[in-house]
Design a protein around this ligand. Structure first.
Ligand code: HEC
Ligand code: HEC
Length: 630
């Protein structure tokens, strides 16, 4: 029906002669034989007539006309576009194209064309334009930094360090503070309190002035949005009950799914509200959007494929009624689920009657972004390449589902990626594999007490990268292969029995994962340190157990002096791979070492874990740089 991309690129050289064609770009979204689009971010134009849709794996931005209900333009990008923002004057959109050295493409809204670009860091996302039109803020996810880009000079003005993997950001109405959601916690995992923070940056001073710590167990932050009236921000995240043994799922025993409300005048957390129902989880909360009157908040649940439409005004009223402490003189209100403010983050009934859960049609899977125009929510569905629309204010809200491209034919690996992110295969929809293995099946930074190696000995979540190539699986090697670990995960963590096709496709997905180049490699000083560190690695005899030629693991069990307080005297741990260490903190089987330096400075008694006591501080730094470069 449409010219495919090969025809299009063949046409390109003669395009100057075909000025007319350029002025009227073809509405091609994807030819049937291409890979998936994976829509992942949305932004509406000022007039509310169009939506731009960033397609992460389709390397393009689509323009969707909401009156004609169709894609009217396709803007190709060279790298995966992960984020979109509208300029203050509404004339441009900013598209963050993610790569180890990312670019922000400037797109002219009238012409649907890229007109220039700005440099950004590693895996740029979540662009935010300042109201004065002078600055663009961009999260460089894998540098743990936010770039301040000067829109006048088209240069970077400064970078500000935040905690870990910034993935979402929003400005206060006056442009004074930028709130940044850190995807993961940044602490040792054997601590009692482990939680991600929202960093608050003063944009004039260019530094972090406050950190808002979410409740214990908070992580996998995905989106953060400020209300149009400028009073509140909402951030979506998972609230993990990592202190409990993973014996069951009922009532959110392992993972619950939440939004935290921030009061922007006080710059304080108001409270954390669970989005689950008592008998059905609302897994993997992702995109957030506000209605124009700030009275409604909509959250997309990427794992359970539904939408929460929350009466925000009613939430505030309900929260305001709760005292900080139980007052003895008062008779308890047994109709209220929470009695005091601190009950709320554990209250699976808090939203009863003030929230609608709207299930997406069966053809719409993996909602990750929401935009609101009027009382309509537009939802970008990552796995089905569709846009779903619903008018939540209608008496019986009905979905309209619009394909953005011919129905994708999923490869086996893509199907596996879908199941890995799908809480539809979990008992009561509480979690997906990605709830503990977020960010393309990596780590959540938490310790979990899985039962496969006994009870009472929590282990740090492992990355899936190379899991199938470095058997046995699990730090104590209790599963012979990655394949067995996948099947055990379905049965004992998601509490489900699935046809083997499901596990088989997950295997294929996990085998297809590729290491992301380390952020260290784009820093010339650190790159040099890493080269020196390679020699230290050899001298300290690390390669006997971590041979570089076989993925840095001999796959054998040892006692390298790292047993912690919950381990048994005979416990041995399997040598892990060192590939992508830069991304998988904290370290060791119990996550007791926050940094690689800690692995050796604090957890290597009598040089049982490589000869490191004789290394100078500089040599140790070099060794760490090397490991972080892998
Ligand atoms: C509640 C959190 C949680 C959930 C949900 C979860 N995992 Fe894990 N997973 C872990 C932890 C913790 C470990 C490391 C355990 C250890 O080292 O003993 C792990 C380890 C693994 C490993 C072994 C990796 C290696 O290299 O040794 C595989 C494979 C795995 N998980 C697959 C899955 C799959 C597939 C799912 C979904 C069916 C899943 N996990 C869901 C927490 C979780
Ligand atoms: C005798 C075998 C052996 C030697 C030698 C050895 N390692 Fe290890 N390494 C292990 C084992 C086993 C673990 C897992 C320990 C645990 O989880 O508690 C490990 C874990 C690690 C980790 C943590 C990885 C993670 O993902 O948590 C790092 C980093 C590491 N080793 C680096 C080194 C370096 C650098 C050297 C040389 C100074 C070295 N190792 C020498 C066996 C060894």
């Amino acid at each position: 029906m449409y010219p495919n991309s090969r025809v299009w690129s063949a046409l390109k050289p003669v395009l100057p002669a075909l000025g007319l064609l350029l002025a009227c770009p073809p509405p091609v979204a994807r030819a049937a034989d291409e890979g998936p689009l994976s829509p992942t971010a949305l932004v509406a134009t000022k007039d509310g007539r169009s939506l731009f849709i960033a397609c992460a794996t389709g390397n393009r931005v689509l323009r969707f006309d909401i009156v004609e209900n169709r894609v009217v333009a396709t803007i190709p990008m060279t790298d995966p576009p992960l984020g979109l923002a509208l300029a203050a004057d509404g004339l441009q959109i900013f598209v963050t194209c993610a790569a180890p050295e990312s670019k922000v493409c400037l797109v002219d809204v009238a012409k649907n064309q890229v007109t220039g670009s700005l440099p950004a860091g590693h895996t740029a996302m979540a662009p935010v334009a300042s109201p004065d039109g002078k600055t663009l803020y961009v999260c460089n996810r894998f540098n743990d930094e936010v770039s301040f880009l000067d829109l006048g000079t088209k240069k970077e003005r400064r970078r500000v360090k935040v905690q870990r993997e910034p993935v979402a950001a929003a400005l206060t109405a006056d442009g004074r503070f930028l709130l940044v959601a850190n995807h993961l916690p940044n602490s040792p995992a054997d601590a009692d309190n482990v939680a991600a923070v929202v960093s608050v940056l003063d944009t004039a001073e260019g530094k972090v002035v406050k950190e808002l710590r979410l409740p214990n167990g908070s992580g996998s932050l995905q989106d953060l949005r400020v209300s149009p009236d400028g009073k509140f921000a909402v951030v979506t995240h998972i609230l993990s009950r990592f202190h409990l043994p993973t014996t069951q799922l009922d009532r959110g025993w392992m993972n619950t799914n939440a939004k935290t409300i921030i009061d922007l005048a006080r710059m304080e957390i108001v409270n954390t509200v669970l989005l689950d129902n008592v008998d059905s989880g609302a897994a993997n909360p992702w995109g957030v959007a506000w209605s124009a009157d700030s009275a409604t908040v909509v959250v997309a649940h990427a794992g359970t494929h539904d939408l929460s439409v929350v009466d925000f005004a009613a939430v505030l009223t309900r929260l305001a009624k709760l005292p900080a402490k139980i007052e003895d003189s008062k008779v308890a209100d047994y109709n209220a689920a929470s009695r005091i403010q601190t009950d709320v983050p554990n209250d699976l009934a808090f939203l009863v009657s003030i929230r609608q859960r709207l299930k997406l049609p069966a053809g719409d899977r993996g909602p990750r972004a929401v935009a609101i125009i009027g009382t309509k929510a537009y939802v970008a569905n990552y796995f089905s390449d569709t846009l779903a629309v619903v008018d939540w204010a209608a008496p019986y809200p009905e979905w309209v589902s619009i394909p953005l491209a011919p129905k994708p034919v999923m490869s086996l690996a893509r199907q596996g990626e879908f199941y890995f992110n799908d809480a539809g295969i979990c008992f009561q929809g509480w979690q997906s594999c990605a709830s503990c293995h977020p960010g393309e099946a990596r780590v959540d930074g938490l310790n979990w007490d899985l039962l496969n190696d006994g009870i009472g000995n929590p282990k740090n979540t492992k990355s899936m990268l190379l899991a199938h190539r470095t058997p046995p699986a699990m730090s104590m090697g209790v599963r012979d292969t990655g394949e067995m670990a996948v099947r055990a995960g379905l049965r004992h963590i998601l509490f489900t029995v699935q046809p083997d096709e499901v596990a088989g496709s997950i295997d294929e997905y996990l085998r297809s994962l590729k290491p992301v180049p380390s952020p260290i490699l784009s820093d010339s000083a650190l790159k040099k340190a890493a080269a020196r560190g390679k020699q230290v690695f050899v001298r300290a005899a690390c390669a006997t157990c971590h041979p570089p030629e076989s993925l840095f693991t001999d796959q054998r069990p040892y006692d390298v002096g790292t047993r912690g307080k919950f381990d048994k005297a005979a416990d041995l741990f399997h040598t892990p791979t060192l590939v992508e260490l830069w991304r998988t903190a904290p370290y060791l089987h119990d996550g007791s070492a926050l940094t690689l330096r800690d692995v050796f400075a604090a957890h290597n008694p009598d040089d049982r874990h490589g000869k490191t006591s004789n290394l100078s501080p500089e040599e140790l730094d070099d060794l760490c740089a090397y490991m972080l470069s892998l």
